[in-house]
Design a binder for this molecule. Structure first.
Ligand code: SAM
Length: 191
């Protein structure tokens, strides 16, 4: 298939905006795949702020980073991504180029602990307010479970209502696949 699948497309978007020395946020660390990818992109002179509310996710991400020798480039925080904009020092805001939210529940973990539309929307609003123009927020929306469908609807309604003078909003979705495959909403801040 020539078209990017969903997760490769998310990484393609990250590659477009994130360079060595930049700051990036993984809003939902989970098992650490995105944190590791962002740490590789931002490199030794950059930093990744990685959030998850579950200790298992923080531990799993820590181990993945350690294996890759990248743990010193990441600030791992066991707290809600709502706090992201407060945690990142003001001196780093202009370098904050990307944030990714891989929504839903921890693969292999407790399926009752999922992301929620309220915290996701608060975090997106806060991150948008501190990022420079051109900064990108990527939402990977999983809507195969009941909470995911509610979250999908609330996030679509929120992102579609963003003022087009303030943000470009893109939806990337395969529309003829069965079983509610995930899709992407990407928000680019504009000046
Ligand atoms: N990107 C991850 C990976 O590479 O493995 C998968 C993320 S998983 C789909 C979603 C994660 O979001 C779960 O680990 C869950 O604990 C976390 N989460 C739920 N609510 C959160 C919140 N308010 N702040 C930060 N993380 C949250």
């Amino acid at each position: 298939m020539n078209l990017y699948r969903i997760l490769p497309f998310a990484r393609h978007l990250i590659d477009l905006v994130v360079q060595e020395g930049d700051i990036a946020v993984d809003a939902t660390a989970g098992n650490g795949h995105d944190t590791l990818y962002l740490a590789e992109r931002t490199g030794e002179s950059g930093r990744v702020y990685s959030f998850d509310i579950q200790p298992e996710a923080i531990q799993s991400t820590k181990e993945r980073l350690k294996k890759a020798g990248l743990e010193t480039h990441v600030t791992l925080l066991q707290q809600s991504h709502c706090k992201a904009a407060d945690v990142i020092p003001k001196s780093e805001h202009l370098k904050l180029k990307a944030a990714i939210f891989n929504l839903g529940y921890l693969p292999g973990g407790d399926k009752t602990i999922t992301t929620s539309p309220q915290t996701t929307i608060t975090a997106v609003k806060n991150l948008l307010s501190i990022m420079p123009d051109g900064g990108l927020i990527i939402l990977v929306i999983y809507h195969g479970h009941a909470e995911g469908q509610i979250e999908r609807d609330e996030l679509l309604s929120f992102t579609e209502s963003l003022d087009q003078q303030e943000a470009h909003v893109l939806r990337y979705q395969f529309t003829n696949q069965t079983n509610n495959p995930p899709f992407i909403v990407a928000i680019e801040k504009r000046g």
